[in-house]
Write a protein that binds this ligand. Structure first.
Ligand SMILES: [Fe+2]
Length: 384
């Protein structure tokens, strides 16, 4: 209730809706408002009030509490739902002051007591205070909304920046992988093919979704250590001597050392290190066995063997797909992880032929193109 004297001032301009089932009350209140210079509409029920609110510009509602049909409290609930910024004063009987307080708890801005206080000062004070509170609430709401917009905008900018950084990383890595293939010309396209073969096997195995990117990057960069192998050994057409083979085999460790310091490639580095390990312990550099070898490296081993056998070499032509599949089948549980080999054998030959055709078309350009890089990037991400 407003008690402090507030001078009659025309500081507020409100259109008021008076809701009361008694016509005399409506008339008295309309007269009081007119005295204050405030225009008003009247409604004889809550239902009529809601209809008027839909069609008229109303800023404040002064509603009786006890009405036949929709009560003042029900009207208050509906007004708050649909017009949260509306000023709402509840009119209660002398005996209903407790209910008036309850109405304020449920969203009314103030209450007036019946028989209606016809003191215009009191009505004006009540309307003025409620109107100021509503304006403050609106300003706080606008401010919060503005802050949310700024936060959303900056979050979006941050995401965009992260995406750009990620793309830059990918492009750098992809160019590196392509450089390995270009240097090691007898195996042209090898990195690209084992990258795609490994992804295909990993997808078919399932449960490796979180590792897909590491597997892809490990396969793509597996021979990065070869950049440090002298041409005389790397490109030697004949058989390597024992000493040369030992130098050649260092590429697994060199590749690991090159990549391990890059945090987002730490897991891919493990695959690079172990990409020549074999499940029966016959591989290098450590002679690790099945469970000691990262899953990505076990997948790679099958992809690598498959590609090596189905590609031309200086000393022989490419072997048919079927022959290479039989070799992997025989090696399952020995050099190759039996589960990986089983999944590999379950993938139809057309899938491998499709990848082979696709990569052969890319090789025709000899160099990596921008669209090529983007296509590889999408493939790597599809498993994320
Ligand atoms: Fe290698």
């Amino acid at each position: 209730m407003a008690t402090e004297p507030i001078p009659l001032a025309r500081s507020i301009a409100l259109r008021v809706l008076i809701v009361d089932d008694e016509v005399s009350v409506r008339r008295v209140m309309a007269a009081v408002l007119a005295q204050l210079g405030l225009p008003s509409e009247t409604a004889a029920s809550g239902e009529e009030a809601l209809r008027i609110l839909k069609t008229h510009q109303i800023d404040a509602v002064i509603s009786d509490l006890q009405m036949p049909g929709m009560s003042g409290m029900e009207l208050l609930t509906k007004v708050r739902q649909n017009y949260p910024q509306m000023v709402f004063l509840m009119v209660t009987g002398v005996d209903d002051i407790r209910v008036g307080v309850q109405a304020m708890r449920q969203g009314a801005d103030d209450y007036l007591v019946k028989p209606l206080q016809v003191d215009a000062n009191i009505v004006l004070a009540s309307l003025t205070r409620a109107s100021h509170v509503k304006r403050l609430e609106q300003e706080v709401d606008n401010y919060r909304h503005h802050l949310e917009e700024i936060v959303a905008q900056q979050t979006q900018q941050l995401r965009e920046a992260l995406r750009r950084i990620e793309r830059s990383y990918d492009h750098t890595l992809e160019v590196l992988g392509a450089a390995i293939d270009l240097r090691d010309s007898p195996t042209a396209g090898h990195s690209r093919r084992v990258f795609l073969y490994s992804i295909e096997i990993a997808k078919a195995m399932g449960g490796l979704e979180n590792q897909m990117r590491n597997i892809a990057m490990g396969a793509w960069l597996h021979d990065i250590g070869k950049l440090a192998i002298p041409d005389g050994i790397l490109l030697k057409p004949g058989r390597l001597t024992e000493k040369e083979r030992e130098i050649m085999q260092r590429h697994a460790q060199i590749g690991y050392d090159l990549v391990k310091g890059i945090p987002f490639l730490a897991d891919a580095a493990e695959i690079i290190f172990a990409h020549h390990e074999r499940c029966d312990g016959s591989g290098y550099p450590k002679g690790l066995k099945t469970q000691e070898i990262p899953a990505g490296a076990r997948i790679f081993a099958v992809a690598d063997t498959f590609d090596a056998m189905t590609s031309d070499r200086p000393y022989r032509c490419a072997l048919p797909f079927q022959v290479s599949r039989e070799v992997i089948e025989r090696g399952a549980g020995k050099q190759y992880d039996s589960q990986v080999a089983r999944v590999f054998l379950s993938i139809p030959g057309e899938t491998w032929e499709g990848i082979r055709r696709e990569t052969a078309a890319i090789q025709a350009f000899a160099l990596v193109t921008a669209s090529d890089i983007q296509a590889l990037s999408k493939l790597a991400k599809s498993g994320d």
